[in-house]
Design a protein. Structure first.
Ligand SMILES: Cc1cc2nc3c(=O)[nH]c(=O)nc-3n(C[C@H](O)[C@H](O)[C@H](O)COP(=O)(O)OP(=O)(O)OC[C@H]3O[C@@H](n4cnc5c(N)ncnc54)[C@H](O)[C@@H]3O)c2cc1C
Ligand SMILES: Nc1ncnc2c1ncn2[C@@H]1O[C@H](COP(=O)(O)O)[C@@H](O)[C@H]1O
Lengths: 319, 257
């Protein structure tokens, strides 16, 4: 049986759903995992419950991401376990750590994959040209250790149906002599889910006109448990933060529901949200290109419709 | 003189429509440009050079691209805004076709230049891999930071960088050079080329080198286009009815809410 090592991630101790999606991707393999940080106990337990033999690097020095330190710990585990595959999420951590490891072991890398099956020969599907084309890729037979990152939300969360374990892994890294020093992190936008992991996204364009007006979308998002996104025009005009931009030069998102309020549907915006399962477009211009990519459309004024939609959601969601 | 490298990829314009021809992407009508994220890398390199110049630290910016003959256009465009010279790793046959092989070739050329600092884009908009630059750093045994949103220099040996992560948060790190940084949107906006800049570009040194022997790790097994969505369902009526109908459809038909 082939072996896979998955790199788990958590936020404040809660396992990210994307990590369980890696479990799905690794099905058919003997699955090991690694997770970092003093707060990761519950997350390690959850991975274990999903059948993953999890190594927990508990040392608080690993609480914050450190490219060298994380890579060194993974390198040690890879050398010990000799897996065939190493999988991570295409998150800010995974997109940094996994390519680093791939180069360290001079292995093949398939990044930001939409579907991965490792039962038998690896079958991988990944987007090119921001999802305007998809390709099936295969790992060359000569590659005995291959590296894969999986786009969050693209695969469903999985469990292996066997029992895993949690082993504390003691690993020391000389942080003081590393050329990289972690300084700190700023606070984020509270408890709202990140765009890349969100199940529902409410998104607004230039048409919102002011930062204050975005509040109607935040209110709707709070009712729906959604994250709030924006077009580049909205970001460039200062109506929304950079981290909210969806699209070619923003985030690639993959929610179950994407609601575009006053977004025209430029090709660069579509690049970031085209794989959303259901797309709703609300635009006052019946000719707006976004309607060609939407599942449901309403021609109308977003300032009128957003609060009405929020009221309707409140009725059924009881909030 | 300190050498600053910039990794510049020649990619299809983001407005391009991608179509298939036979079992490959039809590249005939695509218009190519500098990868948008590499524009941020170019601008950051120029700003760094200008900043260092104020403290009498001289530096030279070297653009590197790997690609077919036409890719030299992106280097020339980069010359016009301030990149000093270029190296074009010629690969007409697309022998380097994945992150592993591309990073190996770029690293080999970077090694011979002995860069103190390398800037790259966060990702190329054709592969969207977010991998090659990080892999180049690792191959050079150079510390790196990816998705950089801000650089604050302390002389030319230390830099404090902000890195964008999930939830709108930023992580801050201090790096001791040599180092490689990949740039995110928001770090800067590339300046426009000036007329003298464009004139000077034609005279700058652009060296062509052969692709080093590299090995790919992936095989492309076939292309497809994303599935088309069904016809959009337009919801009519008064706004209040539209809102109610939409929420009902999302719940009952799409089974989301
Ligand atoms: C290299 C490059 C990268 C890019 N990257 C991105 C990216 O990452 N993300 C991105 O989004 N764009 C990106 N763009 C920009 C993109 O081309 C568009 O310019 C941008 O998406 C337009 O934003 P918008 O839809 O908010 O504005 P507009 O195109 O101006 O559209 C506004 C829409 O709002 C509608 N409207 C106005 N008022 C109302 C109202 N009261 N109620 C309802 N509807 C209303 C209008 O009918 C119109 O359709 C990129 C462009 C380039 C060249
Ligand atoms: N063929 C190439 N030539 C020059 N630079 C490249 C090339 N491919 C990738 N890069 C650099 O690596 C970054 C990440 O690319 P990718 O991993 O393909 O998303 C790009 O933004 C470029 O800076």
């Amino acid at each position: 049986m082939k072996k896979a090592l998955i790199i788990g991630e958590h936020r404040k101790g809660a396992l990210k759903k994307a990590s369980l999606e890696l479990v799905s991707a690794a099905k058919g393999c003997d699955v090991y995992g690694i997770i970092f940080g003093s707060q990761a106990k519950a997350a390690a337990d959850e991975l274990s419950k999903a059948g993953v033999k999890t190594y927990w690097v508990k040392d608080a020095a690993f609480d914050a991401y450190h490219p060298d330190a994380y890579a060194a710990a993974c390198e040690k585990l890879i050398k010990d376990l000799q897996p065939n595959y190493v999988l991570g999420s295409a998150s800010s951590t995974g997109k940094d750590l996994v390519p680093q490891l791939a180069a360290r072991f001079d292995g093949a890398l398939a990044a930001d994959c939409l579907s991965v099956s490792l039962e038998g020969d690896a079958k991988i599907r990944r987007p090119f040209y921001s999802g305007k084309a998809l390709a099936n890729v295969q790992i060359e037979a000569s590659e005995t250790l291959a590296f894969i990152t999986v786009r969050p939300n693209a695969m469903s969360a999985g469990s292996l149906g066997s029992s895993g374990s949690v082993t504390e892994m003691s690993f020391s890294f000389d942080f003081a002599s590393s050329p990289i020093q972690y300084v700190g992190a700023t606070q984020g936008s509270g408890d709202r889910p990140d765009l890349t992991e969100a199940n529902i996204i409410v998104s607004g364009g230039r048409s919102l006109k002011s930062k204050e007006n975005f509040k109607i979308l935040f209110d709707l998002a709070d009712t729906m448990g959604a994250a709030v996104g924006a077009s580049r025009a909205a970001v460039d005009e200062g109506l929304a933060g950079h981290d909210m931009q969806v699209g070619q030069t923003g985030k690639t998102v993959n929610p179950s529901l994407y609601m575009a309020f006053g977004i025209s549907g430029a090709i660069q915006h579509l690049a970031g949200m085209r794989t959303s399962k259901v797309i709703v477009a609300i635009n006052k211009d019946a000719q707006a290109p976004i309607f060609q990519k939407a599942d449901y459309g309403i021609v109308g004024d977003l300032f009128t419709l957003a609060p009405l939609i929020q009221q309707e959601c409140k009725k059924i969601l009881g909030k | 003189m300190i050498k600053i490298g910039v990794l510049i990829k020649h990619v299809p314009d983001t407005n391009s429509r991608i179509q298939l021809k036979g079992d490959a992407v039809d590249e005939a009508d695509l218009k190519y440009v500098i990868n948008p994220y590499d524009e941020f890398a170019i601008e950051e390199a120029i700003r760094t050079k200008e900043l260092w110049a104020k403290s009498n630290i001289a530096s030279e910016i070297v653009g590197i691209t790997l690609g077919p003959v036409a890719a030299s256009k992106s280097l020339r465009d980069a010359f016009a805004v301030g990149v000093d010279r270029g190296i074009h790793i010629l690969d007409n046959a697309k022998a380097a076709n994945d992150s592993k092989s591309i990073s190996a070739a770029l690293a080999e050329v970077c090694r011979s230049e002995n860069f103190h600092l390398i800037f790259a884009g966060k990702q190329a908009v054709d592969t969207d891999s977010h991998a090659v630059a990080v892999m180049v750093a690792e191959r050079l045994k150079m510390p790196h930071m990816s998705i950089v949103a801000k650089c604050e220099w302390e002389g030319s040996a230390h830099v404090k960088v902000d890195r964008d992560i999930e939830g709108g948060m930023k992580e801050t790190y201090k790096l001791k050079l040599p180092a490689l940084l990949t740039c995110n949107k928001g770090i800067n906006k590339m300046r426009l080329a000036s007329l003298p800049g464009i004139r000077a570009a034609a005279k700058k040194e652009l060296k062509e080198v052969a692709l080093p022997a590299v090995k790919s790790g992936l095989k492309m097994m076939g292309w497809g286009l994303p599935p088309e969505r069904g016809q959009v369902k337009m919801i009519e009526g008064e706004p209040a009815q539209q809102a109610a109908e939409l929420v009902k459809r999302l719940r009952e038909e799409a089974k989301i809410l």
